[in-house]
Design a protein around this ligand. Structure first.
Ligand code: PEP
Length: 248
């Protein structure tokens, strides 16, 4: 089945508001929007409003939050609620990125609370899952990904507007990507879990981890890979436009 492609740029803790404006001016000048492909940008919170404003009115582009808090409001210094992100123009949110899980100690339970808050707030949720190198070496990849999926999706209605991003932790920012066939094996396992939870085959599955213009076409050639989540290669508009030019 052919699902619309999603190319997601995770800018992490880079690109200030002024830089975001200049980046998007350049990107929008060189990228060719096309039916069946959405490009999503996940800037740092301070650049979200600028990014969303620059993309407004462009049908094939959207902006999203890199993380949200599950509470609607309150004394949570440094955190962003779904309503605040939405007010700044977010149409989507990344949840459970490996840096949130492993650098900030986010638990499966917290990831689940964030998923439910994002979906209740009407945003597209991108749930990130993936194993660490030691887990892969112990043959635990499928078990880890299955646990993260089941926990992240607990209490989420089948049919909810979500995307799963498989990002092996050992491939993020390392220049070492999973081979398309390795990724395809894990994507097939993810699909089995999703179907068992009642999700249709229209739920998109992305791959993330050292994606570049040089490997994106081979990854997208796998039928279960519906797009990519990209950090390093999304930080320069020309490089990112090269990745987004992949046809899939
Ligand atoms: C990411 O941040 O989700 C990511 C995949 O980073 P990189 O593309 O740099 O590996």
């Amino acid at each position: 089945m052919s699902r619309p492609l999603l190319f997601a740029a995770n800018w992490k803790m880079y690109i200030a508001p002024g830089e975001a404006r200049a980046y998007l001016d350049r990107f929008l000048a060189i990228d060719k929007p096309r039916h069946g492909r959405t490009v999503a940008f996940f800037p740092p919170a301070v650049s979200l409003e600028t990014t969303a404003a620059r993309l407004r009115g462009h049908e094939h582009y959207l902006a999203g939050a890199q993380d949200v808090h599950w509470e609607p409001k309150g004394a949570f210094t440094g955190a962003t609620s779904v309503a605040l992100a939405r007010g700044a123009g977010a149409a989507a949110a990344l949840i459970g990125h490996s840096e949130r899980r492993h650098l900030f100690g986010e638990t499966d339970e917290e990831t689940n609370r964030k998923m439910r808050a994002v979906l209740d707030g009407g945003l597209l949720a991108l749930l990130c899952v993936g194993e660490k190198l030691a887990e892969r070496e112990r043959g635990e990849t499928e078990a880890v990904v299955t646990r993260q999926l089941r926990a992240g999706l607990a209490g989420v209605k089948a049919g909810a507007d979500l995307v799963i991003a498989y990002e092996p932790v050992w491939a993020i920012g390392t220049g070492r990507n999973a081979t398309p066939s390795d990724a395809a094996v894990v994507h097939a396992a993810i699909r089995v879990v999703l179907v068992s939870l009642g999700f249709g085959r229209d739920t998109r599955l992305l791959y993330g981890g050292s994606v570049s213009a040089g490997n994106v076409e081979q990854l997208l050639a796998e039928p279960e890979i519906d797009g990519v989540l990209v950090g390093g290669a999304s930080l320069d508009p020309d490089v990112w436009a090269g990745v987004c030019a992949a046809q899939g």
